[in-house]
Design a protein around this ligand. Sequence first.
Ligand SMILES: Cc1ncc(COP(=O)(O)O)c(C=O)c1O
Length: 369
Amino acid sequence: MTYLDWNATTPPLPAVVEAMARAASEAWGNPSSVHAVGRQARARLEDARAAVARLARCDPRDVIFTSGGTEANNLALRSAFVSGSGALVTSRLEHPSVARVAEALEREGRARVRWVSVTGDGLLDLADLERALSEGPVRLVAVQAVNSETGVIQPVAEVVAATRRAGALVHVDAVQAFGRIDDVASGADTRSLAGHKFRGPKSIGAILGRPGVTIAPVLLGGSQERGARPGTTDPIAAAGLATAAVHAVESPARWSALAPMRDALEAALVAMVPGARVNGARAPRMPHVSSIAFPRWRGPELVAALDLEGVAVSAGSACSAGTAEPSAVLVAMGDVEAAASSVRFSLGEDTTATDVEAALAAARRVFVR
Ligand SMILES: Cc1ncc(COP(=O)(O)O)c(C=O)c1O
């Protein structure tokens, strides 16, 4: 199988699997237990906290472990409206773990949501953001660092600066950015990450809160993670996350090195299929992602056909896979045709030129036969 779906999840590093196997036999205790078995597990957790803090350039005390990116985003949004009021400003580019929470907060009467417009290239419209910030009190701006479907890099520094000037809080969903770009939105009040996007295990992620920002729990229970996220944290997943975070800090250049391969794949596909076009082509994009609209074809059917030919890709985001829904992100960009007919190819640090050739050979069998 040629795996070109690294934005859905990344294959865990062999060193991550080894660290987890070791922790499963040596550090399976409850990290809250005070005895030696508990202390072994606690040490794995604190190692992971230090490694994540290094990756995120923050203090380990500002790292709160969650079950992944979805939970971290839920916590960030809900937390902001526990003790404050005002509008929630966000856009339809956001992952469902932000967009659905925004809609829920509005239904519950906790926040008015102001949806900022989006450019045809998949960027947040900064002029409309400024308008939104001037319309009345804003409590929170929620923006993604990188779009999972198009790979478009959002103007996070500008969003953070504008939000600061307006005196509001800013949350950055950095799930697709951590481990892939350097210095991810360090000015934000809260940021989210997920271990499985940078070669760690699934089921562990974190919310990073700037000192002084209170993270209020969504779940009620014990005092783990300073009461912000009750429940026993898994030291085995933490051991894997620590190894992945160290790897991400120590070998950051590998992602940018993917650009020539991505560009070659993209150019060959656009030349192969009449009318094919790259979504977000004129915006700054991550070097490993290509979302391509193939008009007159259906995205989910292309994914199935390429799967039969041995190539793993996706249409839309992994969390909406299996639904017949067109991509909400591409609809927000104003391209309804692309929303139904696009395929995302996302490469990773293990991708080789042979993988790209295999994908192109498979695409020729699907499109040209
Ligand atoms: C931008 C973005 N935010 C949040 C998430 C959710 O992360 P998780 O799968 O860890 O819940 C994803 C997952 O694809 C994502 O791409």
